[in-house]
Design a protein around this ligand. Structure first.
Ligand code: GLA
Length: 389
């Protein structure tokens, strides 16, 4: 049974929506749209006894994003199809225990370093740092206890056109082998235009490396609707970063022309996924970083995905230089979703906006070094619409 603390719920409604803005826009448009809100309810306790809440951001269109304080994990994104029917379009679990024990990063905030660092080590200012090798010889997604396994502090935000919450986490100096105390804030905003906006900020007290991302597995036909092979994907990238057999970039920025990696014109994800291109064999499908085309460092379009049956469209814009396209290759039917569905290979896909994998060991890649006095700022927007809107 879901319990919503009425006091908190009321207070947050007032805070978030009090939003004269919303009232005025409703008056102007003559709509009686539901007010945006932030609600919270208990979700369970971690194995070491920490209470974890589930938060629901609802916008004035009735779309919602649910996330838990554990790992900042987005457990559901409910958006309309072309007939206006809301469905959850991300993979997840029913129970906190599943997120704790077997999550392949469903919906999680990833840090301190998203994707892989080769040989689980890097050198910064002459000192070598040893990380946990949790993915063959490499370190993946921040090590054995990355940000996806931390319980984040959560607070609702005011003055937004929609519903929002700020998540905060302080990673200690030396945590998972990384230098410097890293103070991280992430804001999830569900705008009244059906955009999920993720703003990241981080500061450090010693030079360190940082690469933050969000790891939702999408299925725009609806969670549990089967494979994602028919989704039409466009990626705004002329180049990608080929990898070795352990999925570490070779350092080359290769052209996508004439390869299964060319998504500059929309293509079904499944069309070339069985290619015997060695790159596809290494990743068992797509598990590659794309070098985004961009003219400046602002928000620019990274990818667009269209699902023909539901008519849903997702457009991702980012300030990051890259996006990891992962076609859910390691899902193997052993995980079961919230409504009892088995997750098979390619039942979900990820588009993780990021700096390139292994940047700390690749001086030619855009730097991921963060120094004291600097503030890392990064934004990614997922805009949801349909072919009827
Ligand atoms: C990232 C990696 C993949 C895989 C998934 C999680 O996308 O690049 O290789 O590890 O995370 O399973």
């Amino acid at each position: 049974m879901t319990y919503i603390d009425p006091n908190i719920s009321r207070r947050w409604h007032r805070l978030v929506l009090g939003a004269a803005v919303l009232g005025i826009s409703a008056l102007l448009t003559g709509t009686s749209a539901g007010a945006a809100s932030v609600d919270k309810a208990p979700f369970g306790k971690t194995q070491d006894g920490k209470a974890v809440d589930l938060y629901t951001l609802t916008n004035d269109k009735g779309a919602s994003v649910k996330f838990i304080a554990y790992g900042g994990i987005i457990t559901a994104i409910n958006v309309p199809d072309r007939w206006g029917k809301l469905d959850n379009i991300v993979l997840g679990f029913k129970e906190l225990a599943d997120y704790e024990s077997k999550n392949p990063y469903f919906g999680a905030l990833i840090g301190r370093y998203g994707n892989r660092i080769g040989g689980a080590k890097f050198t910064l200012d002459g000192t070598q740092y040893q990380l946990a090798a949790n993915n063959g010889p490499n370190s993946l997604h921040g090590g054995s206890k990355g940000f996806d396994k931390a319980v984040w502090a959560v607070e609702p935000l005011t003055n937004v056109s929609g519903a929002a919450a700020r998540l905060s986490y302080t990673s200690k100096d030396g945590e998972e082998g990384y230098p410097g105390t890293l103070t991280v804030q992430v804001v999830y905003t569900l705008t009244n235009d059906n955009e999920l906006r993720i703003d990241y900020e981080a500061t450090t007290d010693k030079p360190t490396v940082v690469n933050l991302t969000s790891h939702s597995y999408f299925n725009l036909a609806g969670d549990g609707a089967g494979g994602i092979g028919d989704h039409i994907l466009t990626i705004n990238a002329d180049r990608y970063t080929p990898v070795d057999a352990t999925l570490i970039p070779t350092g080359e920025l290769a052209s996508v022309t004439g390869t299964p990696f060319d998504f500059r014109q929309g293509m079904p994800i499944g069309a070339r996924i069985r290619s015997n291109d060695p790159q596809m064999v290494y990743g068992r499908g797509y598990d590659h970083n794309y070098v985004l085309n961009r003219s400046d460092s602002g928000l620019s379009l990274a990818a667009r995905v269209y699902e023909p049956r539901s008519g849903r469209i997702m457009e991702i814009s980012t300030t990051e230089p890259g996006v990891q396209f992962y076609s859910g290759n390691f899902l193997d039917s052993t995980l079961v979703g919230p409504t009892g569905q088995q997750y098979r290979q390619t039942d979900g896909f990820c588009l993780e906006t990021q700096h390139f994998p292994d940047s700390p060991n690749k001086s030619s890649f855009p730097t991921t070094v963060l120094k004291p006095g600097e503030t890392l700022k990064s934004t990614t927007i997922h805009k949801f619409s349909t072919d009827a809107s």
